[in-house]
Design a binder for this molecule. Structure first.
Ligand code: SF4
Length: 314
């Protein structure tokens, strides 16, 4: 079975010592959206999971500036990479599912379709690349990595198909590619965006997963809790685990190094996500400026905007 970059969910959980799902209190399940603490404190304001989970700006002034003042900042390189690599993953999974449902032998055609699919993903995100101010060389590096990711995925899917000989054709795509990329979930019942893109397993235990670039951060785990709560609120199915897949390209254009981290979506993580959601919903609905923190991360795109406030303070 293909799973996450060639590993099934059950293998990842077993390897990382998770033999049982975490205990989750009933009141912290997403389908309890009409009761505290899952019920959003305000209605009519919805936030993306990434904004709730983000710990980039310690006071969340970035959210205030974007949502209340209406100032945008250029997209960061990690954000651009995440969007593009995610586009590759979605394209390869969609293509593999289509080909496999027609004829398993067609799986061999996936690598040759990579360049065309990547061109499409890049052109869909032309505006994002422009706003990020990336030059032709940067974009070429990204394109090569996207190709590396495509070929890596194509090989993992081909391996899964080889291991599933004898499975009826109508079940093959479902078994060989048991991940639904970009499932649209309405998160509005829990104060999140109406069209959340959630990557979820579609067989076995319901679980969500996120592909990430860069170093692990607590905000990545928090985001999984947000997706799980949204999924539970929309589908009324429990989501007990999330998987973070960190993708890195030690050599440009070659196979990525993938590190998978299993994360139980337990009470603690759910409660922390809900606290952050409430705090950030309040900033937006009350139009409250949370102020500048003692320290700001280097290179924040809002640095010039916040500089005046900082001068006033110190
Ligand atoms: S400059 Fe500092 S206060 Fe302003 S948004 Fe960035 S991190 Fe937050």
């Amino acid at each position: 079975m293909y799973g996450i970059f060639g590993r099934s969910l059950s293998d990842i959980l077993r390897e990382q010592g998770f033999t049982h799902p975490p205990e989750v209190s009933r009141e912290l399940r997403g389908w309890e959206y009409n009761r505290h603490p899952v019920r959003p404190p305000v209605r009519g304001v919805l936030l993306p999971v990434s904004s709730v989970a983000s710990d980039y700006c310690p006071t969340a002034r970035d959210l205030y500036l974007a949502r209340v003042v209406g100032i945008s900042r250029p997209p960061s390189l990690p954000l651009v990479k995440g969007v593009l690599y995610h586009g590759v993953l979605e394209a390869v999974i969609t293509l593999a599912t289509n080909l496999l449902s027609r004829d398993p032998a067609l799986v061999g055609k996936i690598p040759a379709r990579g360049s065309e699919a990547i061109r499409r993903v890049l052109s869909e995100h032309e505006g994002l690349l422009r706003r990020a101010g990336l030059g032709a060389r940067d974009v070429e590096g990204l394109r090569l990595n996207m190709l590396g990711l495509w070929n890596f995925e194509a090989e993992r899917i081909a391996e899964a198909v080889r291991g599933l000989r004898g499975i009826p054709r109508e079940k093959l795509a479902f078994r060989a590619v048991p991940v639904a990329s970009e499932r649209r979930i309405d998160g509005s019942r829990v104060g999140l965006s109406e069209r959340l893109s959630v990557d979820a397993f579609r067989v076995g235990l319901p679980a969500v997963f996120e592909m990430k670039t860069g170093k692990p951060r607590e905000s990545h785990r928090l985001a999984l809790a947000g997706y799980a709560l949204a999924y539970e609120s929309a589908r009324r199915e429990p989501v007990d685990f999330g998987i973070l897949a960190y993708v890195d390209f030690p050599v440009v254009g070659e196979a990525p190094k993938v590190t998978r981290v299993a994360c139980p979506i337990d009470d603690g993580l759910r409660a922390r996500f809900l606290e952050e959601r409430d705090r950030k919903l309040e900033i937006v609905s009350e139009r409250q400026d949370p102020g500048v923190p003692e320290r700001c991360p280097k290179g924040c795109g809002f640095w010039r905007v916040c500089r005046r406030e900082r001068r006033g303070r110190f």
